[in-house]
Write a protein that binds this ligand. Structure first.
Ligand code: PA5
Length: 446
């Protein structure tokens, strides 16, 4: 197992007794998940997914990925929220943020996650004149941002390649039976992949939602699933000492109970940025309801030590940090010796950048804890498909536990609908006429 928690730096904030007092509640939350007896229990398909996934579809995903790599210069992935963050997170973590620039061959771009003409135009420019394919991902099949981007890109693809060829280059990941995208795909004959009924968007990275783009990027999806399965077995253990998801859920819940309202996920690795975005969605959407829940924030160290570091060190004491520490980088970089030592850095000559980073991590840890910021350290192995599979499952399981500890349904997102209703009304979508009138009056008064 390569996810391990160090909670030593919580000792001046929560006592051993307080921590131990949570154990029975964590065990009860675990039992609710295992017995499928808690709220949202029809959305637990992610729990045994790393073992029980659809092997036939998995094989089709690999075939489609190979075809896309063969016949395309660009893959555009259209999706938002749970229908995009996981794929981007894994690709960037494993391949680095510059994978498109550094690697020959296929480029991957994400769209459908904003409402921006500039962004859409940029994506069009990146596709125009290239052999491109589209993976449109939407469980509901009706999400405005995704549908909008898909409509624009589909038109471009059809114009450039003809309808028949375009239809062979569009891959739709959506509901098995219903929704506008499913109907469109069936009608046009796009190859389709399924978002299972019992898996919500933010828990779907290990389904075709994440797996197809991840495989196209050349990341080993078998290793990703193996890592997740390994962690699935660890998270099934009913012993606090052996289950890091129990430890994490207990620590963050106790910190929340004793007044911390913000959890800052920190990593000293720029390529982890989208993993943090994925984590924010997972925890924010799962816990933030009924006026409860930790606010999930993220920072990228050491860059943000030069900005948010000030607030973390001396601002309001309502936050704690969860710091993800990876094993040594697989591409070491040693500091060169400079005879003139004009920059005064020769005291680091011959040292590996990983070593320097470790000192930054240790120094920051001590400073932040002394400044009143509890730190949970989450150690994992070297970044690769396997360790990311482990980490994804670890966070998912701990999130389910955390929701039940808070006594909320961690698998719904009723709050997301509020903005959509208003936007549809303001856009004049049929069926929203009365609300449109009401909102127009409110805006007029404002
Ligand atoms: O977690 C969720 O359910 C959301 O973030 C969805 O993934 C997001 O809203 C996109 O929805 P859909 O896949 O239906 O387009």
């Amino acid at each position: 197992m390569s996810v391990a928690l160090n909670t030593k730096h919580l000792s001046s904030f929560i006592s051993e007794e307080e921590y131990a007092a949570i154990y029975p509640q964590v065990e009860a939350a675990h039992n609710q998940l295992e017995a499928k007896s808690g709220p949202g229990n029809d959305f637990l398909g992610w729990m045994y997914l790393p073992r029980d996934y659809d092997k036939e579809e998995f094989a089709r995903i690999k075939e489609a990925a190979a075809k896309i790599r063969e016949d395309s210069d660009v893959l555009v992935v259209a999706g938002i929220g749970g229908s995009y963050l996981g794929a981007r997170a894994v690709i960037e973590a494993v391949k680095g943020q510059f994978h498109n620039e550094l690697e020959n061959g296929l480029k991957i771009y994400f769209c459908g996650n904003s409402i921006s003409p500039t962004y859409l135009n940029n994506i069009i420019s990146l596709c125009k004149g290239k052999r491109f394919s589209i993976n449109v991902i939407s469980k509901s099949g009706t999400t405005t941002e995704t549908s909008l981007a898909f409509r624009v890109l589909r038109e471009l693809l059809e114009k450039e390649m003809g309808v028949e060829e375009a239809n062979k280059r569009i891959y739709a990941t959506t509901d098995r039976r219903k929704g506008a995208l499913k109907a469109l795909a069936d009608q046009a004959g796009y190859e389709t992949f399924v978002v299972p009924d019992d898996i919500g968007g933010r828990y779907s990275v290990l389904t075709a939602v994440g797996l197809l783009p991840i495989a196209v990027a050349g990341v080993d999806i078998c290793r990703l699933m193996e890592g997740a399965e390994t962690m699935m077995e660890v998270c099934a253990k009913t012993d606090m000492a052996e289950n890091p998801a129990w430890q994490y859920a207990a620590a963050r819940y106790e910190l929340y109970r004793t007044g911390k309202k913000i959890e800052v996920l920190a990593a000293y690795e720029p390529s982890f940025r989208f993993m943090a975005e994925w984590w924010k969605q997972l925890y924010g959407e799962s816990e933030g309801k009924e006026h409860k829940g930790l606010f999930p924030a993220s920072v990228e160290f050491t860059a943000d030590l030069h900005s948010m570091g000030q607030y973390i060190q001396q601002g309001e004491r309502s936050l704690f940090e969860t710091v993800v520490r990876f094993g040594a980088s697989h591409r070491p970089q040693v500091v060169p010796l400079d005879e003139t030592d004009g920059d005064g850095l020769n005291f680091l000559a011959g040292k590996d950048v990983d070593f320097i980073r470790t000192q930054a991590m240790d120094g920051t840890l001590l400073a932040h804890v002394e400044g009143g910021v509890p730190n949970i350290i989450l150690r994992t192995g070297q970044i690769n498909a396997f360790t990311l599979g482990e980490l994804i499952y670890f966070f998912e399981y701990a999130c389910g536990l955390s929701g039940y500890l808070l006594d909320v349904n961690p698998f719904d997102q009723p709050g997301v609908e509020a903005y959509k209703k208003n936007m549809f009304a303001l856009l004049g979508k049929p069926g929203y006429e009365a609300l449109r009138q009401e909102l127009a009056e409110k805006l007029h008064r404002a």
